[in-house]
Design a protein around this ligand. Structure first.
Ligand code: FAD
Ligand code: SF4
Length: 329
């Protein structure tokens, strides 16, 4: 590991100013992803600023009925929060499907959103990787890509975003609060992460030095009927091959509202808008659920080793919707 400086800032403004002034500076939260990448020499910050005690570690009710999640709230605390479990079960389930108990006790909301891809070539500095070293090539295209993207990939990068929590937050229309050198801004979760295009080194739309301070969940009556399903190689301690965050609101047998987001399939949590559009106002039955999943997956572009993700995603969307519809009969 390379030498680096470690600082604790007095407040958010100080932390933002310090990191913004250092091109190779970074924020440290739980460290469960950043420190691993430093040990692998994938990333080599010369300065770390501890933000665990700077941002809120509380989940607060908002006047409109939504919730505000401080960036330092741990994945364990968020998953177990009574209001999250009651009003947004998909979020609690997504968090509990990720990592392990020990990791969730350390991992934070801000750090979870900004964790880097688990592409094996990204983590191996002896291989070409455009995300780690722009212009060097993408070893996954001709190599091991069973876990890689089927939506929105480019010739530059076919990596997926690994967060389970972010998939649930995308389905819930969450909004991210950010503080940067130029002030504050709010970013819809669905717009925080980006597709790789020609600049795969940028995972998100954040500028260097911007700090996530909180995430808002809007009020959502429909979210009480929500589920997270995750397919993975082992029953625990494994990233998603495909995951589905689903919410379904049925009245008199008709879909009044539906939210669907997929994980493990793209460089960002993939909101399945085509499927959602097809379902709103339609009868809540297996035929329509299947047609909606097919409409979304018609846009998939596969490679030889990840073709299996298409039928897997289709079955998972169908299963989640049938389960939610069954609960409302
Ligand atoms: C063995 C293993 C298995 C795992 N399995 C899963 C899984 O199945 N599903 C899953 O979703 N995750 C999984 N994870 C990943 C884990 O969830 C992340 O490592 C964790 O959420 C990152 O949070 P952190 O607070 O430790 O972030 P850190 O490692 O501290 O930081 C991560 C990144 O975010 C930046 N950062 C941190 N906080 C902020 C902030 N407030 N504003 C701006 N930038 C910030 C850091 O600079 C860094 O770039 C696994 C990890 C391991 C090691
Ligand atoms: S898929 Fe992306 S992260 Fe993986 S090797 Fe290619 S460029 Fe790197």
């Amino acid at each position: 590991m390379r030498p680096f400086r470690f600082e604790s800032a007095a407040d958010v403004e100080g932390a933002v100013a310090t990191v913004a002034e250092h091109p190779a500076g970074a924020y440290l939260a739980g460290g469960t992803n950043l420190v691993d990448l430093m040990k692998l020499e994938v990333t080599e910050p010369d300065l770390l600023v501890d933000v665990r005690t700077l941002t809120s570690d509380r989940v607060e009710e908002l006047p409109d009925g939504g919730l505000r999640i401080g960036a330092a709230v741990t994945n364990s605390a968020l998953a177990g929060h009574p209001l999250v479990r009651e009003r947004y079960p998909v979020l609690s389930q997504a968090l509990l499907a990720g990592a392990s108990g020990q990791l969730r006790n350390l991992a934070t909301t801000g750090g979870n959103l900004l964790q880097r891809t688990r592409c094996v070539y990204f983590q191996d500095v002896t291989t070409p990787c455009n995300k780690r070293e722009p212009g060097s090539g993408c070893a996954a295209l001709e190599g091991f890509h069973r876990e890689h993207a089927i939506f929105g990939a480019s010739r530059s990068c076919i990596a997926t975003h690994p967060s389970d929590m972010a998939v649930a937050l995308a389905a819930l229309d969450a909004v991210v609060h950010v503080r940067g050198p130029g002030g504050q801004r709010r970013i819809p979760l669905a717009e925080l992460h980006r597709l790789p295009g020609d600049v795969p080194q940028d995972d998100t739309v954040l500028e260097h030095g911007e700090l996530i301070t909180a995430v808002d969940l809007p009020p959502a009556d429909w979210a009480v009927r929500s589920r997270y399903r995750k397919a993975r190689d082992r029953a625990s301690f494994a990233f998603a091959l495909v995951s589905v965050a689903a919410a379904l609101d049925v009245q008199d047998g008709v879909v009044r509202d539906v939210r669907l987001a997929l994980g493990g399939v793209a460089h960002k949590p993939w909101r399945a808008s085509l499927a959602e559009d097809r379902l709103r106002g339609a009868a809540a039955d297996a035929e329509n659920f299947r047609a909606a999943a097919d409409a979304e997956l018609a846009e998939a572009r596969t490679l030889p080793e990840n073709e299996f993700k298409v039928p897997l995603a289709r079955n998972m969307i169908l299963g989640a919707l049938l389960e939610l519809a069954g609960d409302q009969r």
